[in-house]
Design a protein around this ligand. Structure first.
Ligand code: A3P
Length: 331
């Protein structure tokens, strides 16, 4: 049974409406909560964030870290295929979403059995799932947390490998807007509302700039591989080789080719173990040709940003990014 948006209305409030959320559109604010000055969705509750902060890092872990909607699932797919040396049979009956615990989220191991919000909130967090993994199984884990919520053992000088994914913020914002349209319990912002939330750092997980620049500063750390969505689109084979080398795998050409193919947008979209629509199942609205695997391209922002929005965004981008040396492709 799919319950209405209202029935999802947040139970993870920690008090009265925060000053931060009071600035958001009212219809959106009632579906979100605030944790330490960051807007979050209900299924990423305080419990999950606090467990993530205390999470015990193992040196053989591989972390996939990103701001939401930058191609995280794509990177999950590549990292898992590298670990499996291209063995696709491992995916049978499983899904890439559940193979990689998402630390701070409350989830159900089988979302196709999802019934209601209470059930998901009582489901284990990704941290609980990761803690339950045997110590002799090297883990691949995912998180979107803002830098100050990272596990203490992972901050600034990570002892385990971190694959960080970044994407130009204009396409990231457009993808985020569509994700909210797709996932039923998320607020259905208009594009104009979402744009204002994004530039005011009130989109989920706060500031794209803070997130991206923190990891950019760590890009030369031996345990950090900083990847850009646009580079990966341009040369996916190069990205797969780079990721494999970083993960300590020297793979023959035929396996590299298989990984490139099995992590392509087309392949993932048409595969039940790889398309997140299948794992999210009853949580997503698949009518009107909506899909998690939406366009997977660079430059779609041009279909959404008005001239004025583009001008305002460019000004903000210049202010925040100047002197960082970090550049993105926008088309
Ligand atoms: P769009 O909405 O722009 O299409 P995340 O996994 O971080 O939530 O990111 C989702 C975005 O990555 C979506 O972008 C999705 O289409 C895109 N994506 C997913 N798999 C991809 C792939 N194999 N190649 C390119 N883009 C991919």
């Amino acid at each position: 049974m799919i319950v209405s948006e209202k029935e999802y209305a947040v139970e993870c409030w920690t008090g009265e409406m925060s000053a931060l959320l009071a600035k958001s559109p009212a219809h959106a604010a009632k579906l979100c909560h605030e944790y330490e000055n960051v807007v979050m969705v209900y299924y990423i509750p305080k419990k999950g964030i606090e467990q993530t902060k205390r999470f015990k890092v193992r040196p053989d872990d591989v972390y996939i870290i990103s701001y939401p909607k930058v191609g995280t699932t794509w990177l999950q797919q590549i990292a898992m295929l590298v670990r499996l040396e291209g063995d696709l049979s491992f995916f049978e009956g499983k899904h890439i979403i559940t193979m990689v615990p998402f630390l701070e989220i409350c989830t159900l191991p089988d979302m196709t059995a999802y019934k209601d919000k209470e059930e998901i909130m009582s489901g284990p967090t990704g941290v609980e799932m990761a803690d339950a993994m045997p110590t002799n199984t090297p883990r691949i884990l995912k998180t979107h947390v803002v830098p100050r919520w990272l596990p203490d053992g992972l901050k600034d000088n990570p002892p385990a490998k971190v694959l960080y994914m970044a994407r130009n913020p204009k396409d990231t914002a457009v993808s985020g807007y569509h994700f909210c349209q797709l996932v039923k319990p998320l607020p259905t912002y208009t594009w104009h509302e979402f744009f204002e939330e994004f530039i005011a750092d009130r989109a989920f997980y706060g500031s794209w700039f803070e997130h991206t620049l923190y990891w950019w500063k760590l890009r030369n750390h031996p345990n950090v591989l900083f990847l850009k969505y646009e580079d990966m689109k341009q040369d996916p084979r190069k990205a797969v080789i780079q990721i494999a080398e970083f993960m300590g795998k020297s793979l023959p050409n035929d396996i590299i080719d298989r990984i490139v193919e099995a992590s392509s947008f087309k392949f993932m979209k048409s595969n039940e173990s790889m398309n997140p629509d299948v794992a999210f199942n009853k949580l997503v609205d698949l009518t009107k040709e909506k899909s998690f695997m939406r366009k997977g391209m660079v430059g779609d922002w041009k279909n959404y940003f008005t001239e004025d929005q583009n001008h305002r965004f460019d000004k903000l981008y210049e202010e925040k990014m100047s002197g960082s040396g970090l550049e993105f492709g926008f088309e």
